[in-house]
Design a protein around this ligand. Structure first.
Ligand SMILES: C[S@@+](CC[C@H](N)C(=O)[O-])C[C@H]1O[C@@H](n2cnc3c(N)ncnc32)[C@H](O)[C@@H]1O
Length: 270
């Protein structure tokens, strides 16, 4: 049954182009949560936009010009070891705060944390942002499919062009992980800096993701600094949270600490 107040709120939120490209199911879910708080209409629209900003927009301080990136890409080599392609990937990752803060550790994070599994035979990058552009620095088999998902339509379109340019099997898809988990079975799933972000909308998402993602291994990470700078006690707090989320499961867990990210390789097979 449709709720006219909810429909009107969703339409109002989406009337700004900034929110039109976001997964409509997520907009609706957050709108329903905020509507239930019974505030005035204007305040409710603001609250929905704030929440959407917190979970997505905050990482993209300036709008990303995907049309420009797509045309630049067309002139680039297709091999992952080509310096011109790698330079493009590095420049592009600068445009999303989450990948930007990974750049100083790019050479080691995937090589070290995925070393026990290299070469990875299939990968699913959840709430990926622009992280698929880190492909040249990942120990993946040449024919390993790369699946990715996030909430932005234009970002998924660009990532599909990027994968096609490389001739890499796989695809990028729009998803709302708070509503549904991907069904694609893979060897490795990446859940990079995603749990704290999604917990702002759904407190139980951490357990659901860790239990429900159809991957043999999960590389889970947490930021050790907030968007504004290094956070006091963040590493300790997130580590304690992760230990609590995985307690008593019997999963094999390997820990990797980097200057800007704390990562855990969780192996659930066998
Ligand atoms: C902290 S960033 C991490 C991005 C990427 N994993 C990385 O580490 O570079 C959080 C990401 O979650 C995405 N996101 C937020 N809510 C989501 C949802 N409900 N479903 C899927 N992705 C979501 C955002 O768009 C953003 O790209």
């Amino acid at each position: 049954m449709t709720d006219p107040a909810l429909e009107a709120l969703v339409a109002e939120v989406q009337s700004s182009p900034k929110y039109r490209l976001i997964h409509p199911g997520l907009v609706r879910r957050i709108a329903a949560q905020e509507l239930a708080k019974g505030r005035k209409a204007k305040e409710t629209v603001k609250a929905v936009r704030n929440k959407l900003h917190q979970v997505g927009g905050a990482y993209q301080e300036t709008p990303i010009d995907y049309a420009k990136l797509t045309s630049e890409l067309a002139d680039l080599p297709t091999r992952l070891d080509e310096p011109a392609l790698q330079a493009f990937c590095g420049r592009t990752m600068q445009q999303h705060a989450s990948t930007r803060e990974r750049l100083p550790i790019l050479e080691k994070i995937f090589n070290q944390a995925l070393a026990p599994l290299a070469p990875v035979t299939s990968l699913l990058d959840l709430a990926c942002g622009l992280n698929p552009l880190a492909l040249p620095w990942m120990p993946l088999a040449a024919d390993a499919p790369y699946y990715a998902c996030d909430i932005y339509n234009d970002q998924m379109e660009f990532l599909n062009r990027f994968l096609a340019h490389l001739g890499r099997p796989g695809r990028a898809e729009l998803c709302d992980l708070t509503a549904e988990l991907p069904a694609q079975p893979v060897q490795v799933a990446l859940l990079l800096k995603t749990i704290p972000c999604l917990e702002q909308v759904d407190k139980s998402i951490g357990t659901r993701l860790l239990e429900g993602i159809p991957a043999e291994h999960l590389l889970v990470s947490f930021p050790v600094a907030s968007l504004g700078g290094r956070g006091k006690g963040m590493l300790e707090n997130y580590e304690a949270h992760f230990i609590q989320l995985t307690a008593g499961r019997g999963w094999l867990i390997q820990r990797f600490e980097f200057s800007s990210e704390l990562a855990f390789l969780v192996s659930r097979e066998g």
